[in-house]
Design a protein around this ligand. Structure first.
Ligand SMILES: Cc1ncc(COP(=O)(O)O)c(C=O)c1O
Length: 443
């Protein structure tokens, strides 16, 4: 009997014992193509020799120094590297250990900024339904996955939610994608006016929605309108690029493709590629300057902030991505993956939508394509697909609640940036078999 408190306390988990490139191996000797990078984490695959070497080198020098006493070379270099490539206006990096922590830091810094600038009435945060921003109490409060929130609702901060930008289900037939995008973006303005503009601190959104909607890309013009609305009302824009950022969509930051820059941005996952737990908040110069001219401190710190080993690891990951021009591969093989997915699932009776960018793709399952009716939630189709895929040596990231928070299923793919066309072909082949087997089993 395991003493680990597993996600599912009665679950039987295979033991992962090794990994090389796109493959993971369990203790039984079974191999799996890691087509989801875990949860969109392992962007360099497993056992990358350059990352392992950089970690060894750092640990031989210095594993840890507390940030109330020292800064460290890896933290300084990582921050310099990130800011040199950051969206316009971002000037400083707060380094933590996970995506949830990065979001918590964004919420706290947004609030702190308005205290520093004498607008302390700004305490409200607006976010979107069908979003995931992490599992800690602050992150859960802005999150829009109602199932995760339900057991803890009495403990959460008041969250204000508007509609997601969900082209497949929510665009009316009489709207172009652009018109739809503007209509849902305008919900932000309506919510700000309802709450009172001087009470709203920030709007939080995933640039491309990951776990809850399965790589749902924004409508053209959506984020430009969001940026305008935020600016009009002095509301900060927090982009959550924990899953979709750091190259996943083919550009280093997903927001580059939207032509906007946030005031605060959360990154994690691909930042350290799973070799070390690391997340970060990137903050705009305007916010940092306000603190510099005010109290001089951001009262939010944790023991493992700026961890030197994690920073050296992330720096090595980011340098390898750049040295090997892996984002070019993400764009090239992302196009190949899109073609293959559309060939295999484009006319599938039970796949309503294939969507995504770069190495970040989702397929949405439906009972009926014409009406977009989802499968009954109690069929747990997403769990069946996960199991069928694992049985075929494939790791994908399926999730339920896609359509309305309860019903609906999708499968998320986030292959490593090193994946080639042959790997993509194998992923689609195994996924096709797994989807068909799981549906046959469920019906
Ligand atoms: C968009 C997004 N934000 C935040 C998080 C939270 O990250 P973590 O699980 O590292 O705390 C996740 C995790 O899946 C995520 O996908």
């Amino acid at each position: 009997m395991s003493h680990v408190l597993h996600r599912s306390v009665n679950g039987a988990y295979s033991v992962a014992v090794g990994g090389k490139g796109v493959m993971l191996y369990d203790a039984q000797g079974k191999s799996y193509i890691d087509a989801s990078g875990g949860a969109a984490v392992s962007c360099l695959g497993h056992g990358h020799p350059d990352i392992v070497a950089a970690m060894h080198a750092q640990i031989d020098k210095l594993a840890y120094a507390h940030t109330s006493f020292f800064t460290s070379e890896p933290a300084e270099e990582l921050a310099e590297h990130l800011i040199a490539r950051a969206p316009k206006g971002l000037s400083n990096v707060f380094i933590c250990s996970s995506g949830s922590e990065a979001i918590e830091a964004c919420l706290k810094l947004a609030r702190h900024y308005f205290i520093e600038t004498g607008e302390s009435r700004r305490t409200n945060f607006i976010s979107r339904r069908q979003s995931y921003h992490g599992i800690t109490v602050g992150a859960l409060s802005v999150g829009g996955r109602m199932k995760d929130r339900a057991p803890f609702k009495e403990m959460l901060l008041t969250g204000h939610h508007i509609a997601p930008c969900y082209l497949y289900r929510d665009r009316r037939t009489d709207e172009t994608p652009e018109q739809y995008g503007l209509r849902v973006a305008d919900e932000l303005e309506a919510k700000i006016l309802e709450l009172g503009p001087d009470t709203v601190a920030a709007f939080v959104a995933e640039t491309v929605v990951g776990a809850t909607l399965g790589a749902a890309t924004p409508a053209p013009g959506y984020f430009k309108r969001i940026r305008e609305i935020c600016d009009r009302h002095g509301v900060l824009l927090i982009l959550d690029e924990v899953m979709c950022g750091m190259g996943r969509t083919g550009t280093l930051h997903a927001c580059e493709q939207e032509g906007i820059a946030p005031d605060l941005m959360a990154i994690a996952k691909g930042l350290g590629a799973g070799y070390a737990p690391i997340g970060a908040m990137l903050a705009s110069g305007r916010i940092v300057d306000a603190i510099r001219q005010g109290s001089g401190a951001f009262p939010h710190s944790q023991t493992y902030n700026g961890h030197p080993l994690a920073c050296a690891t992330a720096l090595a990951v980011q340098k390898v991505i750049e040295r090997d021009d892996l984002l070019a591969n993400v764009r090239l093989q992302g196009d190949h993956l899109e073609r293959r997915l559309k060939e295999r699932f484009g006319n599938h009776h039970h796949v309503g939508d294939v969507r995504g960018r770069g190495h970040f793709w989702g397929i949405e399952l439906v009972a009926d394509r014409a009406s977009k009716t989802p499968f009954e939630a109690n069929l747990k189709l997403n769990a069946r697909i996960k199991q069928a895929a694992m049985a075929r040596g494939l790791m994908v990231y399926p999730m339920g609640g896609t359509a309305d928070g309860t019903a609906g299923d999708h499968v998320l793919l986030a292959p490593p940036f090193i994946a080639d066309a042959a790997v993509m072909d194998m992923i689609v082949e195994r996924l096709g078999e797994a989807v068909d087997a799981a549906i046959a089993d469920a019906l």
